[in-house]
Design a protein around this ligand. Structure first.
Ligand SMILES: NC(=O)c1ccc[n+]([C@@H]2O[C@H](COP(=O)([O-])OP(=O)(O)OC[C@H]3O[C@@H](n4cnc5c(N)ncnc54)[C@H](OP(=O)(O)O)[C@@H]3O)[C@@H](O)[C@H]2O)c1
Length: 300
């Protein structure tokens, strides 16, 4: 097992936008101005990898949004574990560069263009020589603070990318798998802890609907030999949240006072896509240090 630490600097004045997973509540004004604000503690993140073992040998994985953020980190991990990987997204130039870096394939897709999905899946099938797994990772968040700030355009963009796009790409994948009578398939959704809470903004609603889909689809797919699971990350370093993995990770919202790292989500994804988790389907695995659990003693 390899373990490494990341040293985290003292928090500077917080100028970051509200994070995607869930907003950090605004601090109450101090009763009287403190002479000197107490510095935030220096926090070390220790993350561990399972031993590399070709856990994904023979898996042929499409991952949407694989050019950056959580998707890129997962693609990297899957390649390391012996999978054939195809990354997809809108930015063809970035995909080409990242695919060369990782030693994988790439194919552009716009998740808002549902009519292109059957052709996309067919082409990915040819490029990979038989797809076995789909990772629905691509997503957007407008970070609206509440319903009053939501626009119809923003609502549509989030629903169409996060939910409608993933839904119909999944449908195209299932049609291919069932048409080929290919079993041992896997559909992994990257949901959010936000979908485990009630919500009034589109991002959270798309993830809550996705969680319902994961469970319903898992049962529907049992006879076809296709497993369906989800990961629900908490606030994780990426463009979406504005945290850089090698920058200041301080985040008072999480129990460890830091944001999570994309590698921590990737490790979970790797286990779920591997045959080590054959008995697991229909599960939403929260990578959030238990933040979304609602025990009665946490009530104010
Ligand atoms: N970071 C977090 O704290 C966090 C927490 C919970 C859940 N998540 C979920 O994790 C997933 C990845 O997020 P991230 O943090 O890695 O965000 P990110 O860095 O902003 O990356 C988003 C990815 O989605 C792709 N994408 C966006 N719109 C697309 C479209 N219309 N068609 C195809 N691809 C599209 C982007 O690629 P192109 O720009 O090239 O299209 C990009 O690769 C999302 O589903 C997000 O909701 C993230």
């Amino acid at each position: 097992m390899r373990i490494f630490g990341i040293r985290i600097g003292k928090k500077k004045k917080d100028t970051k936008p509200a994070p995607a997973a869930a907003p950090v509540p605004a601090a109450k004004p101090a009763a009287k101005p403190a002479a000197k604000p107490a510095p935030n503690p220096v926090i070390t993140a220790k993350i561990s990898y399972l031993n590399p073992s070709n856990k994904l040998e023979g898996k042929k994985i499409i991952i949407t949004g694989g050019g950056r953020g959580l998707g890129y980190s997962m693609a990297k991990r899957f390649v390391e574990e012996g999978a054939s990987v195809l990354i997809a997204g809108r930015n063809a130039e970035m995909l080409a560069e990242k695919a060369a870096e990782l030693g994988c394939l790439y194919l552009p897709i716009d998740l808002q263009d549902v009519s292109s999905f059957p052709e996309f899946i067919q082409k990915a099938e040819e490029m990979l020589g038989g797809v076995t797994c789909l990772v629905n990772n691509a997503g957007v968040s407008m970070h609206e603070p509440h319903i009053r700030a939501v626009t119809p355009e923003g609502f549509d963009a989030q629903i169409n990318t996060n939910l409608r796009g993933s839904y119909f790409l999944t449908q195209a994948f299932i049609k291919l798998m069932e048409g080929k009578k290919r079993r041992d398939g896997h559909i992994l959704f990257i949901s959010s802890e936000r979908g485990l809470f009630v919500d009034d903004i589109p991002y959270g609603l798309t993830k809550a609907a996705m969680n319902s889909l994961v469970q319903g689809l898992a049962v529907r797919m049992l006879p076809s030999g296709i497993r369906v699971n989800a990961i629900a990350p908490g606030i994780t370093a990426s463009d979406m949240t504005g945290f850089s993995a090698d920058g200041n990770l301080f985040c008072g919202y999480n129990a460890s006072k830091r944001v999570f790292l994309p590698e921590e989500v990737s490790e979970t994804a790797c286990f779920l896509l591997s045959d080590c988790s054959r008995c697991i389907t229909g599960q939403i695995v929260a990578c959030d240090e238990g933040r979304a659990i609602n025990p009665h003693w946490r009530r104010p």
